[in-house]
Design a protein around this ligand. Structure first.
Ligand code: CA
Length: 227
């Protein structure tokens, strides 16, 4: 099962595709316009987006460019325009694949499965361990010394991002753009606030860190505590 986002303004097509994809076992959210689609994509972080090119508020190509600026989420473009040259442009612009309208649910589902199979992270995220911390990206669970740690989705993403890079200093700019997918603002305290929550849940403080180490003026590092 994949978590999908369908961005499609035609209500009849939207309803049909939603139903068909859900019947095939996917969890599907839908948006009827480009800006709403972008917001949903950032909030829900779907595994894959199906994007109609003809949208009322913004051309689908523009939306594709905006998505690509902040996210590597796989995108399948749905289009009525079937000339080869525009398809090549779309693939160059960052689309992973396309379907030509009218398409069947079976065709779309086959494309979705093929794209997800070759997309890193969708199917084969390994369980990470750093000292006594175990982070399972598929189950989205964390344990510390074999005790479950309850994290919010954002705290989980933050910890996972750091765990993938354990031992390396990660800048707050990178965390904002990669975990929050927002542009960096110099006064933004979002990262600090979430780090302090995460610290508390891991049973440590900034003054006496075990796993989460702030490197002043640079960023933060997750590392195994000394034995
Ligand atoms: Ca349309």
């Amino acid at each position: 099962m994949a978590r999908l986002l369908l961005i499609e303004d035609d209500p009849a097509i939207r309803a049909t595709v939603l139903r068909a994809l859900r019947e095939r076992g996917h969890a599907v959210a839908a948006a009827p316009a480009a800006m709403e689609g972008l917001q949903t994509a950032l909030a829900e972080r779907p595994d894959l987006i199906v994007l109609d090119l003809g949208l009322p508020d913004l051309d689908g190509r523009e939306l594709l460019r905006m998505l690509r600026a902040v996210s590597a989420v796989p995108v399948i473009v749905a289009t009525a325009r079937d000339e080869e040259s525009s398809m090549v442009q779309l693939l160059d612009a960052g689309a992973d694949d396309y379907v030509v309208k009218p398409y069947t649910a079976a065709q779309l589902d086959a494309r979705i499965r093929a794209v997800l199979r070759r997309s890193p992270g969708a199917a084969e995220s390994p369980v990470l361990t750093v000292g006594g911390l175990t982070i399972d990206p598929l189950a989205r669970t964390v344990t510390l010394d074999e005790v479950v740690v309850e994290l919010t989705p954002r705290e989980f993403d933050l910890l996972h991002h750091l765990a993938v890079r354990a031992g390396q200093v990660v800048t707050k700019r990178e965390l904002l753009t990669e975990v929050w997918q927002v542009p960096y603002g110099s006064t933004d305290k979002t990262v600090d606030v979430h780090l302090s929550w995460l610290r508390r849940k891991l049973g440590e403080t900034a003054q006496e860190p075990r796993y989460l180490h702030t490197v002043r003026g640079v960023g933060v590092k997750l590392s195994e505590p000394p034995a």
